[in-house]
Write a protein that binds this ligand. Structure first.
Ligand code: NAD
Length: 487
């Protein structure tokens, strides 16, 4: 069994040492907790080649049910080892125990079960064709795997977002090269161990570790990679799009967001305050779906803003293992610098700070970590940079609106289009407003409530394509039309 402190690539069923490693840093106290391999081009070639061999070998001979049964075993083994997954995810990200044990790890295992079950019933189409000249044919389609799929995943929900793509890709019969974020490679490494333990054939699942700037282009430009599915920043997505253009690979992109919450006069204010606090501060604001702009109707604005601010001030920040702690640190010092630069920009643009705006002081080792204060600001226009650019930290800007058309136009005034949460008890209002928002996902009186069968993705800078349910099965398969003449 490999030690967690040194993370190696997993290629063709073997954990292989690399010549270069870089430090894995715990964001709670800034301490080095291990070393992460930087894959060489040669190792990436090996991974791609082994994936192709597996594609033409044992993996392709397994029936859909055998394949999906094996993916259930992956989920079962993840559950058996869930304490290790929980500890590893907390050490890499500083997320709270509550979040990791209720969201990240269980949803990671659930992805394998859900997509394995969906893939069993993934069927083709059949048409009986009759031409005007009297010819007849039977047209049907069979779903083939795309081939070798590169899964490139981010640090904010490491295991959950990697498995959200690895699971349907494998269920559809593909072989996978997983490249997790360099900030959070530990649970991907544990996943490789699980694949090995349950007997996933060699080459079907490969883990390539390393920094995106070092190994990313080599993966996405590789002629042996048949498709790229990516979750991460919009800028990286733009870069990958250029990278894959040479070889015209199919892509699926889940990118950044600048998400709003709308609190109508008809909202249940208790639910809205709790819901907006959750959608702003969960995971220290590091969920692509988090709210960064809040629009509240003038008639309830004063009461709502006072209560939201009081809720934010009561958030317990601290050690991730403490069961009472809601949020831990940001993921890294670099990311904290970025978020703090937006706190400063907000000041420069003339924002009023209702709470937060700085770094908490603990007078212990956590002062060497990446903690930051939950922050609420107001007073900026929709066109200020702070209200246009994704910050990805525990901050929201609150502003007041007067009518429905006005707020819809203001919410849509962003280059992003991922998610919006609407708070209202008026059902007609919810049905009327939701389809007018230019996003991939609208929540009404809730947030982050997901069904793996539902389409997920963004518009504008927030992404290309949809995954989830039949949309995932469709991306990870290539339907082939077979036409048989009937005499
Ligand atoms: P990132 O784009 O910096 O990195 C994501 C992944 O891409 C990492 O594995 C990284 O190593 C890799 N990468 C970097 N450069 C690359 C290159 N040139 N070629 C190939 N791969 C490369 O994103 P991040 O900072 O890890 O994650 C935060 C971002 O992800 C935020 O913008 C957030 O909104 C977005 N996100 C979106 C969703 C969604 O579902 N839409 C979900 C989670 C996060």
């Amino acid at each position: 069994m490999e030690k967690l402190s040194q993370l190696h690539c997993y290629i063709n069923g073997e954990f292989v040492a690399s010549t270069h490693y870089f430090d894995n840093i715990n964001p709670v106290n800034g301490q080095v907790i291990g070393q992460i391999a930087e894959a060489s081009p040669h190792q990436i070639d090996d991974a791609v080649q082994s994936a192709h061999s597996a594609l033409n070998g044992e993996w392709s001979k397994m029936s859909v049910n055998q394949r999906c049964d094996l993916l259930h075993k992956v989920a079962d083994r993840m559950v058996e080892r869930q304490q290790e997954f929980i500890q590893a995810e907390m050490a890499d990200t500083g997320k709270s125990l509550h979040q990791v044990s209720t969201i990240d790890i269980p949803r990671g295992a659930a992805n394998f079960r859900a997509f394995a079950d969906m893939a069993r019933y993934h069927h083709g189409e059949t048409f009986l064709t009759e031409t005007p000249l009297g010819e007849k044919a039977l047209n049907y389609s069979v779903n083939k795997p795309l081939g070798v799929v590169a899964v490139i995943s981010p640090w904010n929900l490491p295991l959950l977002l990697a498995t959200w793509k690895v699971a349907p890709a494998l269920a559809c019969g593909n072989c996978v090269i997983l490249k997790p974020s360099e900030e959070t490679s530990s649970t991907a490494f544990l996943l490789a161990q699980v694949m090995d333990e349950v007997g996933v054939p060699n080459g079907v699942f490969n883990l390539i570790l390393g920094r995106g700037s070092q190994v990313g282009d080599y993966i996405t430009q590789h002629t042996g990679v048949d498709g790229v599915t990516f979750t991460g920043a919009s800028k990286t997505g733009q870069h990958i799009m250029q990278s894959v253009a040479q070889t015209v690979k199919p892509i699926s992109f889940e990118l950044g967001g600048k998400n709003s919450a709308i609190v109508f006069a008809q909202a249940d204010i208790d639910k809205a305050v709790a819901g907006v606090a959750r959608s702003t501060f969960t995971n220290c604001g590091q969920v692509c779906l988090c709210t960064e702009k809040v629009y509240v109707h003038r008639s309830i604005a004063q009461a709502f803003i006072a209560r939201l601010t009081a809720t934010a001030q009561q958030i317990n920040i601290g050690y991730p293992e403490d069961p009472d702690v809601l949020i831990g640190p940001l993921v890294s010092k670099t990311h904290r610098e970025k978020v703090l630069s937006y706190y400063q920009l907000a000041r420069d643009e003339g924002a009023q700070f209702l709470c937060g705006g700085g770094v908490p002081n603990f007078d212990d080792e956590r002062d060497q970590g990446c903690y930051i204060e939950p922050t609420i600001i107001t007073g900026l226009s929709d066109d200020n940079r702070v209200n246009q650019e994704e910050i990805f930290g525990p901050i929201c800007h609150v502003s007041v609106f007067d009518d429905e058309d006005e707020v819809i136009a203001r919410v849509n005034n962003t280059p992003y289009g991922l998610a919006t949460a609407i708070w209202t008890e008026n059902l007609s209002q919810a049905h009327r407003v939701a389809p007018q928002i230019d996003v991939g996902l609208v929540w009404v009186n809730t947030w982050f409530l997901r069904d793996l069968r539902a389409p997920f993705g963004g518009v504008k800078l927030s992404g290309i394509g949809r995954e989830g349910g039949k949309h995932s099965l469709s991306f990870y398969s290539e339907p082939v039309n077979i036409c048989i003449k009937v005499d």
